[in-house]
Design a protein around this ligand. Structure first.
Ligand code: ME8
Length: 648
């Protein structure tokens, strides 16, 4: 199985305007998992991460600190690199966009695109969001001024610019999406991209003259007031890291097997990047995989709220492997996740402690008590064939989940053998077997558990490398390509060995190990005194437009509706609000609507309410309705709207 197939895996290169938080760690940990698995099975892996250091946002962040952009970028870039080193992230290269070879590669690419007739000079006028480093048209803005992505104020920019003929690639891009159903993962995201591209692509402004912290145009253009648009510069990192444009290319790794990103930057990776590559006559990546967003205790993380989670703090408190397991198990890839210490502690105590850790403790205890810690696998199949088959079936299902980024399903499936093992101990009771002097059967049972744990530890290694190695050490083998092939693929048994005693891997956690964050209540903000509250003539408190826009209202389509058996008032609904999966909403409208009359109709949903449980059912939103003496009526759009359309 030593096939040496080149496999190239990337993370985004992170902006150096701020230090890393758990969102950055999440992407990097997923990429590390794929890289470790691919290496274990014998692929020739190149795993790239790094930092994105040019552009107006970084220039301004440096200015705020009275530092030159380069000095500032050096510092923050090092914090990313140190963090990944602390986490033992197995990257092969850490690229910085200020690296000379990268800048050279970007210039070579610019020239090549120009020579291909894909770059022309014109004047750009538009609304620019510095925070997102993105232009928007007037119709895309919120209230004619604010960025539709981050809500910050945009500035009007009118400047001479070089343009990339993105419009020319519209049909080719659509053909790529259609011919490669897995090019964008999860698949629901691919549909979003297709809809966007079908809506029409405008040419892209790819240089700036309003600041100079960026890669200069190649000298032959004799136009030094221009610097490259930061996204052209940044995206090119994926090939400049392989030496593109330097004459010393290592392009055997190209195209990337997967670019791992967050959903915030999907457009750049699924539209601009493939178009650039087409212009450069380079093959397109196999997958662009976009994961969802992490919040903290239900809120978006931001410095001003003081609720940003430092991944190092989590790893120091709870252990890096436990943190890795939690992040990958807790949310389906593509979905959003909420970080809370409670959820993390639950996973550690339950999945890791009760299921996995306990199994190892039981094995160590039984083998010591009955067999002087010696384990012989020769009779497993004689007594426990069906358990063995069940385990082998689960193990052989795992790999596709990993390469389709279904890591939560990978872990779910991997926990089945652990369940089989724990159940087998309860069912066959080695202590009873020993009492009945069925020693051979008892030894086979102990060996069954040891062999299951061996297979589990191998397949868990990419996600929990430290813990898996400890388990393998206790079982007297090492995790590598050979043991993966022997035990996980060819399903061979462990040779006779003596098990080593190790301390419990997952001591129970009773209390949060980090300071508990208290979400700030809105009316406690010091800048908004409660006295002298503005009121209208009827004494109703007046709010600012900002307060109103804190409520996210969306059009939803009811796709399923049923009664809650024990409730007179509540209906259980599934409402499509344009996300990967419909939301479950419990609504108090049973007296006014029959469930079957609701399916297929549209409603207005409050989409950013904290989820709550009503009669034991999770409710992830609220419907707007009006009630008077004539009864209750739901608010609905006047004409059908796409599910998820914001209500403003
Ligand atoms: O966008 N939840 O850099 P960036 C989940 N430089 N993931 C998160 C997250 C959160 N709350 N916050 C950040 C850039 N991420 C560009 C990329 S690539 C050629 C250029 C992760 O520092 C997620 O992967 O803003 C997201 O895409 C990335 O960090 C954005 O990092």
């Amino acid at each position: 199985m030593q096939c040496n197939k080149p496999v190239y895996i990337t993370t985004p290169i992170y902006y150096v305007n701020d230090v890393a938080h758990i969102g950055h760690a999440y992407t990097t940990i997923i990429a590390d998992t794929i890289a470790r698995y691919s290496r274990m099975i014998g692929y020739d892996v190149f795993f790239l991460t790094g930092t994105d250091e040019h552009g107006q946002k970084i220039e301004e962040a440096a200015k705020l600190r009275n530092e030159s952009p380069k000095v500032y970028a050096d510092k923050i870039s090092a914090t990313f690199k140190n963090l990944w080193d602390d986490f033992d992230i197995s990257y092969d290269s850490f690229i910085r966009t200020t690296d000379e070879h990268h800048k050279k590669g970007v210039q070579v690419a610019f020239e090549k695109m120009f020579d291909n007739g894909d770059i022309y000079k014109d004047v750009y006028s538009g609304h620019y969001c510095i925070s997102c480093e993105t232009f928007f048209t007037k119709t895309q803005l919120v209230d004619d001024e604010f960025c539709p992505e981050c809500g910050k104020s945009t500035t009007i920019v009118e400047e001479e610019s070089y343009f990339f003929r993105l419009s020319k690639y519209q049909d080719k891009l659509l053909a790529w999406y259609n011919e490669n159903p897995n090019c964008i993962l999860p698949k629901s995201k691919r549909n979003e991209v297709i809809r966007f591209v079908e809506g029409g692509l405008e040419d892209l402004s790819i240089t700036r003259t309003s600041f100079d912290w960026g890669v200069k145009l190649p000298a032959k253009f004799d136009d030094q007031k221009h610097v490259m648009y930061v996204w052209l510069d940044a995206l090119m990192n994926y090939v400049t890291a392989l030496g593109y444009g330097t004459g010393e290319e290592n392009m055997k790794y190209w195209p990337a097997r997967v670019h791992l990103i967050g959903k915030d930057i999907l457009r750049f990776h699924a539209i601009y990047w493939p178009a650039f590559l087409m212009s450069l006559d380079l093959p397109l990546p196999k997958h662009v995989a976009a994961h969802g967003w992490w919040t903290r205790d239900g809120e978006k993380m931001s410095k001003s709220k003081g609720n940003v989670i430092d991944p190092k703090e989590v790893a120091d408190a709870y252990g890096i492997d436990n943190f890795r397991y939690f992040m990958l198990r807790e949310v389906p890839f593509g979905g959003d996740g909420d970080f809370s210490q409670k959820a993390l502690i639950d996973r550690i105590n339950s999945d890791l402690g009760n299921d996995l850790g306990n199994l190892l403790n039981r094995l160590i205890g039984m083998s010591e008590k009955y067999f002087d810690s010696k384990i012989n696998s020769k009779n497993i199949a004689k007594y426990y064939d069906s358990e063995l088959n069940e385990v082998n079936e689960s193990i052989s299902k795992l790999e596709p989940f990993l390469y389709e980024m279904q890591l939560h399903r990978y872990l779910e499936e991997l926990w089945r053998p652990i369940g089989v093992a724990n159940k087998a101990i309860d069912k066959y009771q080695p202590w009873t077997l020993m009492k009945e002097e069925k020693t051979e059967e008892a030894m086979a049972l102990v060996a069954l558990i040891a062999n299951i744990l061996a297979r589990v530890s191998i397949m868990l290694y990419p996600i929990m490398p430290v813990v898996s190695k400890k388990i393998a050490n206790a079982l007297n083998f090492e995790i590598d390509n050979g043991s993966w092939k022997n035990f996980a693929i060819e399903q061979k048994s462990l040779p006779e060995f003596t098990i080593s005693k190790i301390p419990p891997l997952f001591p129970r956690i009773e209390e949060p190990l980090m300071a508990v964050y208290e979400p700030q209540k809105n009316n406690e903000k010091q800048s908004e005194p409660k006295v002298n509250e503005a009121k209208n003539d009827e004494g109703v408190a007046l709010i600012g437009i900002d307060d109103f826009f804190k409520t996210s209202l969306k059009i939803g389509t009811i796709v399923q509706a049923e009664e809650l058996p024990k409730s007179d008032k509540l209906l259980l609904l599934k409402v499509d609000v344009g996300e990967d999966a419909p939301r479950q909403i419990v609504a108090g409208i049973k007296e006014f609507y029959a469930p079957e009359a609701l399916v297929g109709t549209q409603v207005c949903v409050v989409a950013n309410l904290k989820p709550a449980k009503l009669m034991g059912n999770l409710s992830e939103g609220m419907l707007l309705a009006a009630k008077d003496e004539n009864g209750l009526h739901l608010l609905r759009p006047e004409a059908p709207k796409t599910a998820g359309t914001p209500v403003k």
